[in-house]
Design a protein around this ligand. Structure first.
Ligand SMILES: Cc1cc2nc3c(=O)[nH]c(=O)nc-3n(C[C@H](O)[C@H](O)[C@H](O)COP(=O)(O)OP(=O)(O)OC[C@H]3O[C@@H](n4cnc5c(N)ncnc54)[C@H](O)[C@@H]3O)c2cc1C
Length: 450
């Protein structure tokens, strides 16, 4: 059995995977295209954050770094809504004690790389994977500092080089009947900042994910430990309004003043930030197969890039690593069996979270402000608190229930939605939603579905 592994990409997933593999006794080397972010000022200067939830937390706990991450995580217990008329509302994410966490992407990646190196993982930076020769198992890299090419020969290779993975492309080009689907939505995003107030104070509720739902588009904000918020505007590329139509600083500010008035008042640098970078696109990637015999597997975004609206891309990639780790033990390092079962388990889950994430865009930007939707969530939460064994709201299955697979959450959630569609049609539902009549009807409908 080969005890050496090469990983392509030291992002969030590649770094975590290296720790798991090292703990399993493998000698791991990572090749990363970028320079070492721990030595550059980019991480210190920009706070881009991510929502970390139970699936990701489980994996970080398994490798023993969740205590360190908790120190830099801000719990977000629910959504703080900022409506167009200036009013606000709050929706808890789950039951008492259930929350997601805002974590700095850079800090998390640095912590994972530090831990990887403590486990003897060797990370080479400025090393771009160009292609892989599958006949000879040779990976071709270019050192981007020296502009020199070299070849690494390895029996077991993981491609964790993100949504536009070079490892996936070369796997695809040299694989008969490789299935590939890439789907861009018509919306892009821009990251903006609400700086901290006096003495690093938070200018809005700290322990919430803020949303400005505006029907077709939305602004969101997640807190950072320095008191600032990183905001993301999810907005159409074309049309009116769109990134194309807000083409001067004056137009951008006027639009924010009108549509996101409270946020705009807290964004002194809006004009600069808005025009610093072009809007980024949002892609879903599905492909198959993810593996090549006992030699190669795609993992993380390289296998399943998804849109960010469920806050699950990284969590899903971390779960990939935890599943793979269990399979190494289960199959006693037989990589043929490990990779086959890894693909069999994770491909349907990757497809499911891709669908859930796309659906959640409509929920976040539009439905959260809709009284019918709010009532439905109230009914589900009430029923679920009385019958936790029979009903878990879809959001909770995905976010707080790692024992439920994504594919199961999608399927159960769809079945529950059929019931809720009927319940919401009932006359005077807003008056009798917490009655025994509704409870019994839901129990009856659940029985019929089984
Ligand atoms: C706007 C936005 C918000 C998001 N919010 C959340 C969230 O709240 N919660 C969540 O769970 N997920 C979120 N995600 C998704 C999350 O960012 C990804 O799922 C996660 O980063 C995937 O990790 P990865 O390691 O697979 O890929 P990446 O993080 O993309 O890392 C890939 C690594 O490979 C390197 N690389 C690329 N090409 C090469 C090459 N040719 N050779 C060598 N190295 C290479 C890259 O430099 C990088 O370091 C969000 C995504 C976006 C775009």
């Amino acid at each position: 059995m080969s005890k050496q592994v090469t990983i392509i990409g030291a992002g969030l997933v590649g770094s975590l995977l290296s720790i798991y593999l090292s703990k399993q006794g493998y000698k791991v080397t990572i090749f990363e295209r970028r320079s070492d972010m721990r030595k550059s000022s980019i991480v210190a200067g920009r706070s881009i954050n991510l929502a970390l939830s139970d699936r990701g937390i489980n994996a970080l706990e398994e490798v023993g770094i969740m205590d360190a991450i908790r120190k830099i995580a801000i719990p977000m217990h629910g959504r703080q809504l900022h409506h167009a008329d200036g009013s606000s509302g709050y929706q808890a994410y789950g039951n008492e004690g259930q929350f997601i966490n805002s974590v700095s992407r850079g800090e998390l990646n640095c912590t994972l790389m530090n831990l990887a190196e403590k486990h003897e993982v060797k990370i080479h930076f400025n090393e771009r994977c160009d292609n892989i020769n599958w006949k000879t198992n040779e990976i071709h890299f270019t050192n981007t500092e020296k502009n020199e090419s070299h070849v690494v020969k390895q029996d077991l290779i993981f491609g964790s080089d993100g949504a536009f993975a070079a490892s996936r492309l070369t796997h695809q080009l040299q694989h008969d009947r490789f299935q590939y689907q890439q789907y861009y939505i018509d919306f892009g995003y821009k990251e903006l900042t609400i700086p901290a107030g006096v003495n690093a104070s938070f200018l809005m509720e700290k322990n919430a994910l803020h949303i400005w739902p505006r029907g077709n588009f939305m602004l969101i904000a997640l807190p950072n430990i320095d008191g600032s918020f990183t905001c993301t505007l999810f907005f159409p590329f074309e049309g009116n309004p769109s990134f194309a139509s807000l083409n001067t600083p004056e137009k951008a500010r006027a639009f924010f003043n009108e549509i996101f008035a409270d946020a705009s008042a807290m964004m002194p640098d809006l004009e600069n930030e808005f025009f610093n970078n072009a809007p980024s696109s949002l892609v879903t990637v599905k492909c198959f197969p993810w593996i090549r015999e006992d030699k190669f597997a795609l993992i993380g975004d390289a296998a399943h890039a998804i849109v960010p609206f469920f806050g699950q891309g990284m969590n899903c990639g971390f779960e990939d690593c935890a599943v793979l780790n269990n399979l190494i033990t289960k199959h006693d390092h037989n990589w043929n069996d490990i990779l086959l079962e890894y693909q069999e388990l994770r491909k349907p889950d990757g497809d499911a979270i891709a669908a859930l994430a796309l659906n959640n865009f409509v929920e976040m930007r539009d439905k959260v402000a809709d009284p019918v939707f709010i009532l439905q969530k109230k009914i589900e939460s009430h029923f679920s608190s009385k019958h936790p064994d029979k009903w878990t709201p879809a959001y909770s299955m995905v976010t707080f229930s790692p024992k439920i697979r994504y594919s199961e959450a999608l399927e159960k959630g769809n079945r529950q939605q059929v019931i809720m569609d009927e319940i919401m049609q009932l006359e005077n539902i807003s008056e009798k939603w917490h009655s025994e009549l509704i409870e019994n009807l839901m129990l009856e409908k659940l029985k019929q579905l089984h």
